[in-house]
Ligand binder design. Structure first.
Ligand SMILES: [Fe+2]
Length: 198
């Protein structure tokens, strides 16, 4: 069966950028519901004991498998998102990822602007991503539960822009939430680990 991975920090670890109240609902209710839903949907099917990534890759783009895909991908996306954040994060990265931001994205200031603009402009629910594809960094957005790796891009960082991610703290001010996450919470060590495996 699928399980809810533990949060990598306490529920108040990202405050005041993301409150403990938001994390309590977002992790404890929303993320948990995707796990419960997937367990119900997968029960008695070929996916009951499958790896999460296998469920996602084999159900992506298949209309008759959409509920399985949506819940499996949202479990993966949220687990990844928690690891993309840390208290006292954000700011400029160092090392290879910083060099690639220079060469592929026009430097940190341009990255920051483009990552915010792309993420904020996702219409409706979805995700903004920094990915590695073909040896280069790119910034992309996906709708609803869609995840870049089903189309060959390796996720390095993500920001959740479903309203449940920010509405309790920022109401309709999505740009304020996105900018605060970029400046104060991004976990560049996690991004560097993902790049090393890309
Ligand atoms: Fe979410």
């Amino acid at each position: 069966m699928f399980t809810l991975p533990p949060l990598p920090y306490a529920e108040n670890a990202l405050a005041p950028v993301i409150s403990a109240n938001t994390l309590s609902f977002h992790y404890g209710k929303h993320h948990k519901a995707y796990v419960d839903n997937l367990n119900n949907l997968a029960k008695g099917t070929e996916y009951e004991n499958a790896a999460l990534e296998k469920v996602i890759n084999e159900t992506a783009g298949k209309a008759d498998k959409a509920p399985l895909f949506n819940n499996a991908a949202q479990i993966w996306n949220h687990t990844f998102y928690w690891n993309c954040l840390k208290g006292g994060g954000g700011g400029k990265p160092a090392g290879r990822i910083a060099q690639m931001i220079e060469s592929d994205l026009g430097g940190y200031d341009n990255f920051r602007k483009e990552f915010a603009a792309t993420t904020v402009s996702q219409f409706g629910s979805g995700w903004g991503w920094l990915v590695a594809e073909g040896g280069k960094l790119r910034i992309v957005k996906t709708g609803n539960a869609e995840v870049p790796f089903t189309k060959g891009a390796k996720p390095l960082l993500t920001i959740d822009v479903w309203e449940h991610a920010y509405y309790l703290d920022y109401q309709n001010r999505r740009p304020d939430y996105v900018n605060a996450v970029i400046d104060k919470l991004l976990n560049w060590d996690f991004a560097a680990e993902n790049l090393a495996r890309a």
